[in-house]
Design a protein around this ligand. Structure first.
Ligand code: GDP
Ligand code: GDP
Length: 455
């Protein structure tokens, strides 16, 4: 009995940020090779393969959950493309812009052994204009003899340079203290409106699937409101679009409307934009071209939504071009490849003709509802009690792990904590998830199930 009471009050692995809908974002920007990924690894406290020895290799992940001194934040790694690519300086500024747009705090990394370059100056200028808190990281100060190089970076006019060695860890604790101190304590204003204000939607998908066409169709000829979010020229532009009688906030639509023109690295850049938009959204519409086989990039974008814990609607566009043969192919593809997101509402649309775009609203509502749904502890335990009795975990090594108690620790997205006697195998956890969905719905939302094993 005591066990259960404690569990409700303090599940240890509940999200420390409380409201899962918002977590402050820290973007790491800077030229290639200044040590951004090394710094990200240092902050994450692990040596995961974020550092790429091969230039031009795109990194799949750009957003990471980080923690320092009890504060949780999202770390946005904006590195990861080919330093030899053409239009380098423009691209670095554009990358910094995305970082700034998404971030509450920017870490600007400069290689102190090289000093401030023209590109660094250009980025610094952009950062000063942004009005966002900027922490100037003077990296590669591996020992005291490097301190004067760091001090020379005062001339970037971004305040005090923090001498660090991302590689060896020197100064990184002080740096993180400063980062955490700069984090906002309350969500930014656009997040205050989760109850009552416009819901925030990210419209994402690989290039040419029809994002800007759909946005134009939804906004209509006479746009209801065009809302340039107050502040600065580099802030993302959200558009308020009325659908089904309510205004919806489509976040970071500037990313859709203004194309960044580049050959190599385009895909990486697109995924950075996607990550940034997802950070600010509650629900994502992932747009897919129904006439093309599902690509790696489509699947990666879907995974990004799931990993970001956002509600999800999958929209198949260009339905006007579809023939019977392709339609059958598509159904098979979906069965095979979208197993990870079978719970996502699906809409078939044509952004060109406007066919069925009105159905998006219902799908968005459904997904947001699932995302916010909370199951009372008593109901949850009554259900799981029956489930476990009817379908016990297989006996392993003479023992049978059992679910003693469960609680939904969080919503947006739903997170469940199972208190167990022994480790539940992955297949059994998937089974529990499937049955939870069958019983309670949770349509359109990823779901997290964690375990606390009683020793
Ligand atoms: P990014 O392109 O900005 O992400 O840079 P990386 O993190 O990939 O680092 C580029 C190179 O600089 C790598 O060879 C790192 O090992 C090296 N490096 C990064 N941080 C430091 C540091 O603090 N000191 C030294 N000496 N080298 C570093
Ligand atoms: P984005 O890169 O995702 O923003 O894609 P765009 O909106 O620029 O669309 C790419 C191309 O697909 C353009 O030529 C559009 O006219 C075309 N397109 C977009 N939606 C549809 C659609 O529903 N049907 C057809 N036939 N073409 C479409």
């Amino acid at each position: 009995e005591q066990y259960a009471a404690d569990a409700v009050e303090a599940p240890d692995d509940a999200d420390p940020s409380g409201d899962a809908g918002y977590q402050p974002v820290v973007a790491v920007v800077g030229r290639p090779n200044v040590g951004k990924s090394t710094l990200v690894n240092r902050i994450l406290g692990r040596r995961e393969a974020v550092v790429e020895d091969v230039p031009g290799v795109t990194r799949d992940r750009v957003a990471y959950d980080a923690q320092w001194a009890g504060r949780a934040f999202t770390l946005l790694d904006t590195g990861g493309w080919d330093p030899e690519a053409k239009g380098m300086a423009a691209r670095i500024t554009a990358q910094a812009e995305v970082g700034v747009a998404a971030a509450d705090v920017v870490m600007f990394v400069v290689d102190s052994t090289v000093g401030a370059t023209d590109t660094d100056e250009a980025v610094a200028k952009l950062l000063r204009r942004s009005g966002k808190p900027v922490i100037l990281v003077a990296n590669k100060v591996d020992g005291p003899s490097g301190e004067p190089d760091a001090a020379a970076l005062w001339n970037l006019a971004l305040g005090e340079p923090f001498p660090v060695s991302a590689l060896h860890g020197r100064g990184s604790g002080d740096l993180l203290d400063t980062v955490v101190a700069a984090l906002p304590t309350a969500p930014p204003e656009s997040f205050d409106d989760a109850d009552g204000g416009p819901r925030r939607v990210a419209l994402v998908g690989k290039p040419n699937v029809g994002k800007s066409s759909l946005l134009n169709k939804l906004a209509g000829e006479d746009r209801v409101v065009v809302d340039a979010v107050a502040g600065t020229t580099v802030d993302p532009i959200d558009e308020l679009i009325e659908l089904g009688g309510w205004p919806w906030r489509f976040v970071d639509t500037a990313g859709i409307r203004r194309r960044v023109n580049e050959a190599s690295g385009a895909e990486y850049f697109a995924s950075l934009r996607t990550a940034a938009a997802l950070e600010r959204a509650e629900v994502a519409v992932v747009l897919v071209d129904a006439n093309e086989p599902l690509a790696e990039q489509d699947l990666r974008i879907l995974s990004m939504v799931v990993d970001a814990g956002r509600a999800l609607v999958v929209a198949y566009n260009k339905w006007d071009l579809l023939d019977e043969e392709r339609r059958e192919q598509l159904e098979r593809e979906i069965d095979r490849q979208l197993v990870r997101v079978t719970w996502a509402p699906r809409v078939n649309v044509s952004a060109r003709t406007g066919w069925h775009v009105d159905r998006l609203v219902k799908a968005l509502d459904t997904a947001l509802e699932g995302w916010s749904q909370r199951i009372p502890t008593s109901r949850l335990n009554a259900f799981l009690g029956q489930l476990v009795a009817a379908h016990p975990h297989p006996v392993r090594g003479g023992k049978q792990p059992r679910i003693m108690f469960a609680t939904q620790a969080d919503t947006r997205p739903p997170r469940f904590v199972l208190f167990t006697t022994g480790f539940l195998e992955a297949s059994y956890r998937r089974f529990v998830e499937r049955r939870l969905r069958e019983e309670f719905g949770f349509e359109g939302t990823p779901m997290e199930i964690s375990m606390k094993v009683r020793e």
